[in-house]
Design a binder for this molecule. Structure first.
Ligand code: ZN
Length: 326
């Protein structure tokens, strides 16, 4: 997957911030311990001096070097042990003076054994997706803003919309809470103005805050962008970003100007993400009859076979708000 320069800059800045805060945390703890246990200062200094001792042996005979390194290592291990014991005796946890890295795998350097660490890749994906979302301008919301009282309580077609939406709401909340990179794909359907985009934005918001890479945009805008890039009118890798994000939310299926190109893009996205085992949320105002008539068999079989359907019910919330002067 290709990442933008801006995403690289932001990811590197975040790694640097993580290193700085690990360093700051270490310094605070060291100062605190030093005030109570002054012996700690000379012990931690002796550990730091190891680097200089190692530098001094550069240029010595090979046979000699091995022995000196072993000596330094033993001395180091001893010092570390003494520090731990001293800390314990003075009532501190024995790892109190170890660095607390955000990612212990790479010690917040972003690289492990010469390869990019998973934490760095995660940040790159997150910032690349964020950049794409900025172009799509969908407002993000919080689950706490959801209003069940916008949905009628009275039963129609054998079901109370309010009861139905209570279930939909808790399903969406649970989905965001328990999200994993292999969570199921969801298909939101129901008439316009029932809160599909709203609840999608709550899921997106919660996952972005947890650090996942989430692409969230209207199909119309995303497909227009992919088309412009495909025909060389603008630069970018929107399709690549969409295929690789942790979660993709394609809002308002059916609003796109449908061509054989948009159909093939839709199929490619859905199919590729299914093959990669990654979740996608698609919402539509179209009824099952309408979307079955509109899209080809390949797309429909993917949507019906690999997505969990979630039906939204009620009255258009904009009308409810107008009626009640809200
Ligand atoms: Zn890492």
């Amino acid at each position: 997957m290709k990442y933008t320069h801006a995403a690289f800059d932001k990811a590197q800045q975040e790694l640097a911030q993580r290193r700085d805060s690990a360093e700051a945390e270490y310094r605070t703890r060291l100062e605190e311990v030093s005030a109570n246990v002054p012996e700690i200062i000379s012990l931690t200094n002796s550990l730091k001096n190891t680097n200089f001792e190692l530098l001094k042996i550069i240029g010595r005979q090979k046979g000699e070097v091995k022995g000196i390194i072993a000596q330094i290592r033993d001395k180091n291990l001893n010092t570390q042990r003494t520090i731990k014991e001293l800390l314990k005796t003075c009532g501190y946890p024995e790892d109190y003076l170890e660095y607390t890295y955000y990612c212990p795998d790479c010690k917040d350097t972003g690289y492990k054994e010469g390869e990019r660490c998973h934490c760095f890749t995660g940040l790159l994906k997150k910032y690349t997706a964020e950049e794409l979302n900025e172009n799509c301008h969908i407002e993000l919301h919080d689950f706490s803003e959801f209003r069940l009282d916008f949905y009628p309580e009275s039963v129609s077609n054998g079901m109370s919309p309010r009861e139905r939406m209570k279930t939909v709401y808790s399903n969406c909340k649970e989905y965001a809470e328990k999200f994993r990179e292999d969570s199921p794909s969801l298909f939101f359907f129901g008439r316009t103005g029932l809160g599909k985009t709203f609840l999608s934005s709550c899921i997106a918001n919660e996952l972005v805050q947890k650090g996942y890479s989430v692409v969230f945009g209207s199909i119309l805008k995303l497909f227009r962008k992919i088309e412009d890039e495909h025909f060389g009118r603008t630069q970018g890798d929107t399709l690549d970003v969409i295929e690789n994000a942790d979660l993709v939310i394609l809002d308002d299926l059916g609003s796109e100007f449908q061509t054989s190109f948009t159909d093939s893009v839709l199929y490619e996205i859905v199919n590729e993400r299914i093959n990669l085992g990654k979740p996608t949320i698609i919402s539509t105002n179209l009824s099952p009859n309408e979307y079955s008539a509109r899209y080809n068999e390949r797309i429909i079989s993917r949507l019906t076979g690999c997505f969990s359907p979630i039906m939204f019910m009620g009255e258009d919330i904009r009308h409810v708000k107008l009626k009640n002067n809200l």
